[in-house]
Every structure is written in structure tokens, then in C-alpha cells.
Design a protein around this ligand. Structure first.
Ligand SMILES: [Zn+2]
Length: 132
């Protein structure tokens, strides 16, 4: 199980709603691997409702920010404006780092659905419940 603070969750949700109908994305940071305390917003340079990509310079800045503040990168997140909270085939293909989690916020239904996934060796190994 992963815990996210209400403040960090609200930051993710607000950003995702603002970027809709495009996918929104960012990093989730925290003091340990089970607790998300901060959303680090990233630009979706794809400007698309079906894909997202990070800007490498922003990625570098995010990693620096985490290190300077003694925080760990727990994972990255992106939104699915029109599809469920589960990794697409492309999400799985692009999940190159098995040491982080992949969070997906679905805005498909009236109630947002936020889940974390462990992806390794080209498949989803675990779906992790997020406690807000
Ligand atoms: Zn996706």
C-alpha cells in the first residue's frame, strides 16, 4: 500500500483537470517508498490526450530537486482523461525503470480513480492501492 497526503493528491488532481483533455504528468516524491508527500508537476511535451513524454531538462531539474530536499522519487504519474486507471500497452512498453512505481489517475468517471502499478519485464506485476 502507498499513502499520499491530501495536499499532494489535490495537487495531482487539480493539475490533471487543468490539462484535460490532454494527459497530465509529474513525479511523486516522498521521504520513504510508501509515502507520497509532494507532486512535482511536469510538462507533457506531447500535448496529447493519449500519450505523454517528459522534457529531459525538467527531468533533470526534478531529480535535483528531490535530492536537495532529501526526498525519494517514488514514481511518476500521468492522467488518463478518457480511459481507465490501468497501464496502456504503450505505458508498459515505455516503463523502463522497475525501481519506481507508475501512477495513473483516470478522469473517465465522475469519481477520479488513482492507482499505482509496478511494471517490470514488459508486464504489470502488481496493482497497488493508494490511501489518501
Ligand atoms: Zn497511459
Amino acid at each position: 500500500m502507498i499513502t499520499i497526503t491530501l495536499k499532494a493528491y489535490n495537487s495531482v488532481l487539480t493539475q490533471a483537470l487543468k490539462d484535460k483533455p490532454h494527459e497530465s504528468c509529474g513525479y511523486l516524491l516522498g521521504p520513504d517508498k510508501e509515502t507520497v508527500t509532494e507532486n512535482y508537476p511536469m510538462t507533457n511535451v506531447d500535448n496529447s490526450g493519449e500519450h505523454f513524454s517528459f522534457d529531459p531538462r525538467e527531468q533533470f531539474a526534478a531529480l535535483n530537486y528531490a535530492r536537495k530536499n532529501g526526498l525519494k522519487i517514488i514514481g511518476n504519474w500521468h492522467s488518463h482523461p478518457e480511459t481507465p486507471s490501468r497501464p496502456s500497452e504503450e505505458d508498459i512498453r515505455l516503463a523502463y525503470d522497475k525501481n519506481i512505481l507508475y501512477f495513473i489517475l483516470s478522469l473517465k468517471d465522475s469519481e477520479p480513480d488513482f492507482n499505482a502499478f509496478k511494471i517490470a519485464n514488459g508486464k504489470v506485476e502488481e496493482k497497488i492501492h493508494i490511501e489518501i
